[in-house]
Design a protein around this ligand. Sequence first.
Ligand SMILES: N[C@@H](CCC(=O)N[C@@H](CS)C(=O)NCC(=O)O)C(=O)O
Length: 303
Amino acid sequence: MSSSPSFSERIHFLDISSKLPGYRQSWSPNTLKTRLLLNAKGIPYTEQYLSYPDIAPLLKSYSVLPNEERTFTLPAIYHPETLKDVVPGGVIMTESAAIAHYLDSLYPSSLVQAFPEPKSESGALWKEAEHHLHAIQSKGKGYRLLMPRIPLILDDRGSEYFIRTRTDDHPQHISPLQWGSPNPEDDWSVVRPFVLTYLKYYESTRDAAVSAGRGGQGPFLWGDKVTMGDIYLASVLVWFRSAGEEMLDQFLAIGEKDEPAGRKAEGEPVWEKSPVRAVWDAFGEKGWLEGVGEPREIPLKSA
Ligand SMILES: N[C@@H](CCC(=O)N[C@@H](CS)C(=O)NCC(=O)O)C(=O)O
């Protein structure tokens, strides 16, 4: 791909809207995987925010197929110039990992590759990193901290949709607004050990990769080489920030020397600076958290 395609030939990125201002409107840990990768690669793109209830009608109208749970999801990229023989319908690709592989192949000389060579190893690394982050959400019940906050930041129609669909999916039909414990510190104390496990994983993986020459000294899983696992971590951290600045602060402080005493246990490892904070700072310094595309709208495709 040429690095300066005309406006209408740019990759068009579909994100989920929220009420947050400016670049902070982007809040979803799934769509951010695509946004941050586009930013890190320096690909010029256009963008469009959709409210939750508008995702399925738009994607269906372009013959996109739903996922295994029969849901139409974002992120998505619209790019009829190159997707013609690649996806059903030929214009829109969904699924963040598939999009990442596709962007790598479209821009092979980009300095940032979500899945660098050897791909079998960067693919395995991604699966491992994803597994750890999912454990924070599921076994660590991180969703109790985050999910009640999401309806508060979504646009009104998105919020109504989110509460209705997540309540329907809950075994006891409880609204996500009520998933948190009365005292959030109780939820943090469940999440915390899973974050500590993740921090140790990050540090040991990074140190082993640097020793093996995968990358030079740096904060990422492969040292100075950012890959999909780091992009997902940064996406989750933005998700925490979207739910509340203090949520991000509390997450980043876990395991650090200055973490408030009441939260720490005896004999835990203590970091001067959390390995996760080092990744967050690096994304910030590179300007990747703030990148946006130019606004553009694709309409519903009429039959
Ligand atoms: N594995 C997918 C997950 C995408 C996903 O679940 N997206 C959610 C938003 S965070 C969605 O679009 N949900 C649509 C809905 O709930 O109707 C990916 O990484 O792309």
